[in-house]
Design a protein around this ligand. Structure first.
Ligand code: C5P
Length: 218
């Protein structure tokens, strides 16, 4: 297909969401927040108290995810869960269920369906490695644990959650380890990905860099 894709992967709170959204906005492209799909599945199973060892029920929840996106708002059935899915508890559950291959498989087609003209910017852990391996541009964003904990702290406080830097650093480190060490679609830079360490960068500087890579990749 000729619909261009920019794949942006990286660890938790590396800034990929902000950067990907701004790049999409700049190019007039669609945007896929693939982490939101895992978070929506996590929220739905947390609410139903589905046990973590019931893989069949977890995969079913992913397969029958009734979600929709409207601008910056994310809905589960008809409920606006934009803020609810950002809770740390939901992120941690998302990372646990994301290690299950049948859950990942159940979300595969939904992710592909976001590729619509004139183009897509997709962010996650496996956009460049598994979901869009032929993306015209692949970027792997990183940042130090300190920089990421600080960003996550600010995001949570801004959304009205309470947060603690020490707990956040521990959470991030645990989640990175789980995401990087799982056998199914582990977090890693895709072949040919451009690496970008955003620890000392503003979001706009990172956006400029991605746009300039995209311009020269075309
Ligand atoms: O990016 P975000 O923190 O919202 O993602 C939540 C969790 O979903 C991640 O920790 C990761 O385990 C999982 N995820 C994934 N593959 C993706 C996107 C997210 O496994 N493409």
């Amino acid at each position: 297909s000729h619909i261009p894709v920019i794949a942006i992967d990286g660890p938790t709170a590396s800034g990929k969401g902000t950067v990907a959204q701004k790049v999409a906005q700049h190019l007039g492209f669609h945007y896929l927040d693939s982490g939101a799909l895992y978070r929506l599945t996590a929220l739905s199973v947390l609410r139903r108290n589905t046990p973590l060892d019931d893989e069949h029920a977890l995969a079913k929840a992913a397969e029958h995810l009734h979600c929709h996106f409207n601008g910056a708002h994310i809905f589960l059935a008809n409920e606006d869960v934009t803020n609810d899915i950002r809770a740390e508890e939901v992120g941690n559950m998302a990372s646990k269920i994301a290690a299950i291959p049948t859950v990942r498989q159940a979300l595969y087609g939904l992710q592909l369906s976001f590729r619509q003209p004139p183009g897509l910017v997709a962010d996650g852990r496996d956009m460049g490695t598994v979901i869009f391996p032929h993306a015209g541009l692949k970027v792997f964003l990183t940042a130090s644990v300190e920089a990421r904990a600080q960003r996550r702290y600010k995001q949570l406080i801004d959304k009205g959650f309470s947060a603690n830097m020490e707990d956040l650093s521990k959470d991030l480190t645990e989640r990175d380890a789980r995401d990087s060490n799982r056998s199914s679609a582990p977090l890693k830079a895709a072949e040919g990905a451009h690496l970008l360490d955003t620890s000392a960068m503003t979001a706009d500087q990172a956006v400029e860099q991605v746009l300039s890579w995209y311009a020269s990749a075309k």
